[in-house]
Design a protein around this ligand. Sequence first.
Ligand code: OAD
Length: 249
Amino acid sequence: MIQICNTDSIQHVADKLRSSSSVVVLTGAGISQESGVPTFRGKEGLWKNFRSEDLATLEAFERDPVLVWQWYDWRRSLIKPLKPNPAHYALAELEKGIQDFTLVTQNVDGLHRVAGSKNPIEMHGTLWGVRCMQCNKRFENREVPIKILPECESCGGLLRPDVVWFGEPIDAEILHAIYRCLEKVQVMLVVGTSGMVQPAASFSLVAKRAGALVVEINRSETPQSGFFDFSFQGKAGEILPKLVQYVTQ
Ligand code: OAD
């Protein structure tokens, strides 16, 4: 149910977080919006001006790797100078006090790590990684601009961004790890995601079935808002630091 993020509701969620040993947080593009990272949907979303079919599928890469790499190089150049915002830092702080804390992000910007989150599960991969189309080796790569087309230092094959494109499966081990956490989670926070992309969109259903308190933090109402125990409307960079302050005080 949509809730005003007032002292009572935030205190209720904070109390539950404080007494929980197992917490899962799912984040999406909205958590990085206040850092200056564009979101995907909505008025200023990337998918307003670009077609995902042309840029974020394996077929697009096989058809025109230069175009796809130019787009990823542009995103890397946009994101490289950006810093985490108070929402990223609040999650890194929350993690310190909870025994079993899992941060799952759909974001590829790497900002959770920069903020100090210990082991975020980057389920859609990372902009700062490349993978060889030929030998499948993964490498870290932070060059901006990147040489287009980049080649594998091991076998000379074509490198691709180490991200999950539309139509590609999420790594099975990663998914198993996430579902194991969701089956025993006590509180789940769902922050800055429109809930339009599977399988992430259904993680909260699994958590709810496991009996968790599920809380959404989003600037706008989403199709799932009515389903959550609490849906706090507002900026993640304002609500999360307040929530974590209540937990730690
Ligand atoms: P979306 O762009 O679909 O949704 C962003 C959500 O963040 C929206 O619901 C906004 O209302 C909310 N939002 C924006 N600014 C916010 C703020 N300051 N505080 C809180 N909420 C805010 O992004 P995702 O849900 O992350 O996948 O998209 C999921 C996936 O779709 C992405 O990982 C990407 C994309 O296509 C792949 O590339 C595979």
